[in-house]
Ligand binder design. Structure first.
Ligand code: 13P
Length: 258
């Protein structure tokens, strides 16, 4: 299967940003004005949890809403947590898991990521699982080893790989303005796809959507998306701006990567 058969997927990660008004403006002025073919591009945005309801209500049908995080527990006495069951009950179909900031700021471990993936899978929630290396690890030539460890850690939690998207987000590229070059991103995505082939199956590897994240802008998106193993983006800062519409357009208009 060629990459052209994989539907491109772009996520806006709004992180802990926005007010009721600014998010409303973003939906009305940017997302609801984006024009794209839903057969080619899937668009998902992740507001903070208390904004999910209003964003869902305001958005046109062509953009989906994701949670930025999900609990590794079920329902019960777990103050401050939102369970996979509750997301599903609220008709939220997507969650991010293991974002770099969850791992590096809040100390989320590979074991917790694996538990969260298992919870998402147990209710049929789609998960974008994030992995990425630190700068020192890349400079030491350890990137593939680091990514392998992160991938190995949640592998056994997955029963249905069609509900998994992998986001490669090098820590050194997040919020730094240092987008990975298309060559570096492509080489790393290729490694991730080879891991899927080796550890799951060729069929799953061919169908796996692998997003790149880290300082993606409307200027860097076109060349990145033209790489055969890059199937979309996870966008932070630029997803809070009108520029996000241009990133969606760049994907929609990209040459087929077959
Ligand atoms: P930036 O696009 O702001 O670098 O953030 C990337 C990111 O963390 C998306 O999840």
């Amino acid at each position: 299967m060629e990459s052209a058969q994989r539907k491109m997927i772009v996520g806006g990660n709004w992180k802990s940003n926005g007010t009721v008004q600014s998010i409303k403006d973003l939906v009305n002025d940017v997302l609801n004005k984006a024009e794209f073919d839903t057969e080619r591009v899937e668009v998902i945005v992740a507001p903070i949890s208390i904004h999910i309801a209003s964003v869902k209500a305001l958005l046109k049908e062509n953009v989906k809403v994701a949670a930025q995080n999900v609990s590794e527990t079920g329902n019960g006495a777990f103050t401050g947590e939102i369970s996979a069951e509750q997301l599903k009950d609220f008709d939220v179909q997507w969650t991010y898991i293991g974002h770099s900031e969850r791992r590096n700021v809040f100390g989320e471990t590979d074991a917790q990521v694996a538990n969260k993936v298992a919870k998402a899978q147990s209710v049929g929630l789609n998960a974008i699982v994030c992995i990425g290396e630190h700068l020192e690890q890349r400079e030491a030539g350890e990137t593939n080893m680091v990514l392998k460890k992160m991938l190995d850690a949640f592998k056994d939690s997955v029963k249905d790989w069609s509900k998994i998207v992998i986001a490669y987000e090098p820590v050194w590229a997040i919020g730094t303005g240092k987008t990975a070059s298309p060559a570096i991103a492509e080489e790393t995505h290729k490694y991730i796809r080879s891991w899927v082939k080796e550890n799951v199956s060729e069929e799953v590897a061919n169908g796996m959507r692998i997003q790149y994240g880290g300082s993606v802008t409307a200027a860097t998106a076109p060349e990145l998306i033209s790489q055969p193993n890059i199937d979309g983006f996870l966008v932070g800062g630029a997803s809070l701006k009108a520029e996000f519409k241009d990133i969606i357009t760049a994907m929609n208009n990209s040459e087929s990567t077959a």
